[in-house]
Write a new protein. Structure first.
Length: 228
């Protein structure tokens, strides 16, 4: 979302420039618009694929643990198997969470670009503005409104996001893995539960700080050219 180019507020309006017809301008803008739409579609396809892949890995791990537990009666062999497979699940979850966070930032950047293109469309044909339901400005509030009616970073939208659901699963895996390690080291059951809860809470704080840092970095890197 960095904009290395200087602000374009002092440049002449698109419709005031000579040498290129409005039809050519509209065709060039539409080509860029379709390119952004295609990129956004591929980004969201990857998001769904990565999330599905993680759920598949998690489901397979749970089934495998259930089968091993039934065969070993939760003995030392089960703990060894769980210590081998849960880190793999956690690694897949962390990689998925990181990619989903990056995809959200990429999507914000793409929507910003489409808002700028709509601004150019309305410079060419300002009488069409009443027919647009998405924004023509590229400040943060305008970009968020392009995501939907009254779209904001409120609690329900944040909690229902795919990255946060994946983070919640990762937090559970962290807690279970920490409790299992404590149990393997011979800690009593009460201490095992306490260790698992503390590890999960630490993961909550870590993921929260990571999300806050990502959003803060994206806001700092975003430089509107056509603010409302």
């Amino acid at each position: 979302m960095n904009d290395p180019l200087p602000s374009t507020t002092n440049l002449p309006r698109l419709s005031d420039r000579t040498g290129v017809t409005d039809a050519v301008r509209a065709q060039m803008l539409a080509t860029e618009h379709w390119s952004l739409l295609a990129t956004r579609s591929m980004t969201w396809n990857e998001v769904f694929s990565r999330a599905s892949m993680f759920i598949t890995v998690l489901s397979a791990a749970v089934v495998a643990l259930a089968l091993v537990a039934q065969a070993t009666a939760f003995g030392p062999s089960f703990r060894l198997f769980a210590l081998l497979i849960l880190p793999v699940v956690l690694l897949a979850g962390l990689a998925t969470l990181t990619r989903l966070g990056n995809a959200n930032m990429d999507d914000f950047w793409l929507v910003t670009g489409m808002n700028r293109l709509r601004h150019a469309y309305l410079e060419l044909a300002p009488e069409l503005e009443p027919y647009f339901v998405t924004e023509q400005h590229d400040d943060e509030a305008s970009v968020m409104r392009s995501y939907g009616l009254n779209a904001r970073l409120h609690v329900s939208r944040v909690l229902a996001g795919t990255p946060n659901l994946v983070a919640a699963v990762n937090i559970v895996v962290v807690g279970v893995l920490a409790a299992l390690i404590a149990d393997t080291l011979g800690a009593p059951d009460a201490l095992n539960i306490a260790v698992g809860i503390v590890a999960a809470l630490v993961a909550v704080v870590a993921f929260g700080m990571l999300a806050y840092h990502s959003i803060r970095s994206a806001r700092q890197a975003h430089h509107p050219r056509f603010p409302a």
